[in-house]
Ligand binder design. Structure first.
Ligand code: F6P
Length: 562
């Protein structure tokens, strides 16, 4: 079915109504303090449950009317129709003419035969690969799979970049408490040789399994690192007397120590990896939406198949919620629509994600690719120019570290930074300090920050503390700085799956309102092309002469210092 033209959100009645509503709120004066005082039900009305996550939207700059108008905007921009089209496998990625079916990666096996896309039973395909990965992971975890010298695998090295790295590395860090097979993983992504050098330091090649992860299997960084690690592995094994360096023994070592994940299984075979040891996925899985595909192989090995299934179940819980809940009550959709509200009406350029668990320390970095590679676009899915500001910058760090770094600007700077706070009631590592539960000390900070941002501190309150008059202004907090609190029970594989799916769908909602194809990434191509043209100029005068004046001067600096 042909994808319908994007609606121009700014030309809808819903947008007009939101603009009038925004102007009225500004004219009355926005005051969360007053709104809380005036409406004792504010918290209950703006509290939601999706999956097993608890959401408090009450500290956002929204009223009952805003929620209604945002849902109207979502409907006017076709969020419901496009949501249905995405789940059904229509080719909503128009510039690449592809379906967008990461949601199929977490459909249960019982749904085989229920989703046929482009002639393929996608659920059957997904489970065929999952079953092969689970069997492979069990062999590695149990020690049945051994290295070329007969030793059990104790270390993984996963080589990939972008979506073939950020998701696995983030989830590996997040789920460390569940790594129970005595197998660790190091992730190499950067083409900077320093990355590989540091990651292979101290590694025993005889107990190491390398996973090469690349959707296209053509990515410069990944293939360069893969060749480097292959050379390192063969050299080390030869130096240890484990192999003699003959083609036959090299091939045997590669077969025991290298596996691959890709959509291009022919290129995997060309690299020398046995197709038996390759795990596929499909072009309808975008790189940044792929952690729950074969791209997550390192996680299945480290955590075990059962926990990976719980991870997928978490995604699924949010998918089902998002797909089936009316927009006004749908916290996933509302979070996307609120982001539009802040970007397009309040002029917010950035959005902070602040996890109050150290285990999520790579979550903001992961979200940067998910959100910014998806929605950092200047044209809509029909090629016409966007009609409003799009694609805010996502950033963040775990609390409490961020509190001692950049929170100053969120509290008292003159830009608006809407922020999502993510916390869990239980910790994997309970601790006591002088009779004080340290996790409660930590959670106290999460609650204190969202309270301070919402309600601030007036000059009168500052004066009442005996502050000298000349520094009163510096100690005033205006408040009315929007936050969403996401609270969970424990950071489990299930909860992590829920969080990832949540942000996938938030990104979808924003992209839909803005008319963007959130599933292509043409913006990364020009740099890749130019790097190929420029690199020869380090040594080739003709190539140097073809460069612009600035690039030429920088290369001359390089030549003078090398
Ligand atoms: O250059 C951007 C990108 O295409 C990302 O979208 C992708 O996640 C990454 O490169 C890695 O690509 P591949 O998995 O094909 O190596």
């Amino acid at each position: 079915m042909a994808v319908s033209a994007p609606v121009d959100a700014t030309k809808t009645l819903a947008w007009e109504a939101l603009k009038a509503h925004y102007d009225a709120l500004q004219a009355e004066g926005i005051s969360l303090k007053d709104w809380f005082a005036a409406d004792p039900d504010r918290v209950s009305k703006l509290t939601f449950q999706a999956g097993d996550l608890h959401f408090d939207l009450s500290k956002n700059l929204i009223t009952d009317e805003t929620v209604k108008l945002l849902a109207d905007l979502g409907r006017a921009c076709g969020v419901e129709e496009r949501r249905a089209a995405m789940f059904a496998g229509e080719h909503i990625n128009t510039t690449e003419d592809r379906a967008v079916l990461h949601t199929a990666l977490r459909r249960p096996a019982e749904q085989k035969g229920q989703l046929i896309v482009d002639g393929q039973d996608v659920v059957a395909d997904v489970h065929e690969v999952l079953d092969r990965m689970y069997a492979f992971a069990e062999r590695v975890r149990s020690g049945e799979w051994r290295g070329v010298t007969g030793k059990k695998i104790e270390h993984l090295v996963s080589i990939g970049i972008g979506g073939s790295d950020l998701g696995p590395v983030m989830a590996y860090e997040a789920l460390r408490p569940y790594a129970d097979a005595g197998i660790d993983c190091r992730y190499i992504s950067n083409i900077d040789p320093n990355d590989m050098a540091e990651k292979v330091k101290g590694l025993d090649p005889e107990t190491t399994l390398v996973i090469i992860v690349s959707k296209t299997f053509t990515t410069l960084e990944t293939l360069t690192n893969a060749r480097e690690v292959k050379a390192w592995m063969l050299e080390q094994l030869k130096a240890a007397g484990a192999i003699d360096g003959s083609d036959e023994q090299n091939a045997e070592a590669i077969a025991k120590h290298f596996v691959a994940v890709s959509t291009a299984l022919d290129l995997v075979a060309d690299f020398g990896i046995d197709p038996e040891n390759a795990f596929g996925f499909w072009n309808w899985v975008g790189g940044r939406y792929s952690v729950d595909s074969a791209v997550g192989l390192s996680l299945i090995i480290v955590l075990g198949p059962e926990r990976f299934q719980q991870f997928l179940a978490g995604f699924r819980a949010i998918d089902e919620y998002f797909e089936n809940t009316p927009l006004e009550e749908n916290v996933v959709a509302l979070m996307g629509l609120m982001n539009v509200w802040y970007v397009n009406f309040f002029g917010a350029d950035t959005h902070a994600v602040l996890p109050y668990t150290q285990y999520l320390h790579r979550f903001p970095a992961y979200l940067q690719q998910l959100t910014m590679e998806s929605n950092g676009k200047q044209v809509r899915w029909d090629g016409s120019a966007v009609t409003c500001h799009t694609g805010e910058v996502f950033w963040g760090e775990p609390g409490t570290n961020g509190q001692h770094a950049f929170y100053q600007l969120i509290h008292q700077g003159n830009v608006m930074v809407p922020a999502d706070f993510i916390a869990f009631a239980n910790t994997h590592n309970p601790a006591q300090d002088n009779g004080q539960d340290v996790h409660e000390l930590f959670l106290g900070n999460f609650l204190a920050q969202t309270k301070a941002l919402a309600f601030g501190k007036t000059a009168e309150e500052v004066r009442a503390e005996g502050t000298p008059e000349e520094i009163v202004p510096a100690r005033v907090f205006t408040g009315n700085r929007p936050t969403t609190s996401i609270f969970g029970d424990t950071l489990t594989p299930f909860a992590l799956g829920e969080l990832i799916a949540l942000y996938e769908h938030i990104t979808f909602v924003q992209g839909t309102v803005w008319g963007i194809d959130s599933y292509d990434q043409w913006g990364v191509e020009l740099g890749k092309q130019l790097a190929k043209q420029i690199t020869p100029a380090f040594h080739d005068d003709e190539a140097l002469a073809a460069q612009d004046a600035s690039t030429r001067a920088l290369i001359e600096y390089y030549r003078a210092h090398r």
